[in-house]
Design a binder for this molecule. Structure first.
Ligand code: SF4
Ligand code: SF4
Length: 345
């Protein structure tokens, strides 16, 4: 059962804005931004009114990531991070970013407050922008170096595709030379698209195609199992073991909705899932029950009917496809993605 008193980690989506256009991101369809995304951001005033000192004190970790935006697009980022450490000096603060936003001075400031930054850098200067559209490699490296040289703990997350698989070893060497603490090879799960169909490639906004790696050692091992499984039956039958319940985490979106995880948040706006059973069920529930932090407290939401609905759905006819796919016991697509990631889910 979800229980407010037991929450130890929060993933907070600080904003639904981003400078990049990664073709597999929930904010895009093939790199073209979805029109219905509320491009809202947290402000320091909203944070102070929604996150009590008592709640922050019970947390071990807050990390700024999110399904629809890059946390460094949030104007009040540093004030928000400082507020969390003022309320709980022991809390760990993490950030996941494309690294191409803001100045080196900003990253030096971050090193004083942030416990780690995971930089999503999928290649070298000639390849990173093929997936991380609009992200300038030299700027990312300058920013990451500024953070590291100011004492910051930096992780390098490298999603392997066909177009960058030949550079994994070289990028690892660059990461070591620059002083990254870890180089995390990610075997992408994203060729299972938002509708849970395996696709051979993704189109990008400028007419290119993005392919999964061809080198077997970088391919997500779950794909083979997915190909040989009747997914319609699997989604109905697999036993669901909720990752968020296990690690005592909740997800809070930039527009205030609370979910157990970001995997449910990407069922709300992504246009390729509008009208699916998951999308319809989730919208019904979040309208019916307290689910938004601007209208109810975190405690009321997590201990309330919305979270009970999700928990009960795993063993009744209302189960969400997303829960079966992401946390079903038969196929571990996220676990396979992160086998080499230092901060594994
Ligand atoms: S950098 Fe992150 S938030 Fe921005 S488009 Fe890429 S995946 Fe999405
Ligand atoms: S997808 Fe469902 S089962 Fe998995 S973490 Fe999210 S709420 Fe839990």
């Amino acid at each position: 059962m979800f229980n407010y008193d037991k929450i130890k980690t929060v993933q907070l989506e600080l904003t639904m804005s981003c400078n990049a256009a990664c073709p597999q991101c929930a904010r895009n369809v093939n790199g073209i931004e979805i029109p219905n995304l509320p491009k809202t951001s947290w402000t320091i005033d909203k944070i102070k009114s929604c996150f009590s000192k008592e709640f922050i004190e019970q947390l071990d970790l807050i990390y700024f990531c999110g399904s629809h935006g890059d946390p460094f697009m949030c104007v009040d980022f540093l004030d928000i991070a400082k507020y969390f450490t003022e309320c709980n000096p022991k809390i760990k603060i993490g950030v996941h970013t494309n690294g191409s936003l803001r100045s080196t001075k900003f990253y030096e400031e971050c090193a004083k407050t942030i416990d780690f930054i995971a930089f999503a850098i999928d290649g070298l200067e000639d390849t990173n922008h093929l997936y991380r559209k609009n992200c300038k490699w030299t700027k990312i490296i300058d920013n990451a170096s500024a953070f590291i040289n100011a004492g910051g703990h930096a992780e390098w997350d490298y999603v392997v595709f066909k177009h960058n698989q030949h550079q994994v070893n070289e990028a690892k060497q660059v990461s070591e030379r620059l002083g990254f603490k870890n180089f995390n090879v990610k075997k992408t799960s994203r060729f299972l698209n938002y509708n849970h169909e395996l696709v051979d490639y993704y189109d990008t906004s400028d007419g290119h195609k993005i392919y999964p790696p061809t080198d077997a050692k970088y391919l997500n091992k779950a794909y083979d199992k997915l190909k040989s499984t009747n997914l319609q039956e699997y989604k109905k039958q697999t036993c669901i073991s909720c990752n968020s319940l296990r690690i005592r985490e909740i997800y809070i979106s930039a527009d205030g909705y609370i979910f157990p995880c970001g995997w449910l948040s990407d069922r709300v706006y992504q246009t390729t899932v509008l009208g699916t059973n998951d999308n319809i069920k989730i919208l019904e529930q979040i309208k019916k029950f307290p689910s938004n932090i601007f209208k109810a407290s975190i405690k009321e939401i997590v201990n309330g009917e919305w979270f009970k609905y999700i928990k009960n759905s795993w063993t009744n006819n209302n189960r969400l496809d997303r829960c079966a796919i992401m946390c079903g016991s038969g196929i571990n697509i996220i676990g396979e993605q992160n086998t080499d990631v230092s901060y594994k889910i």
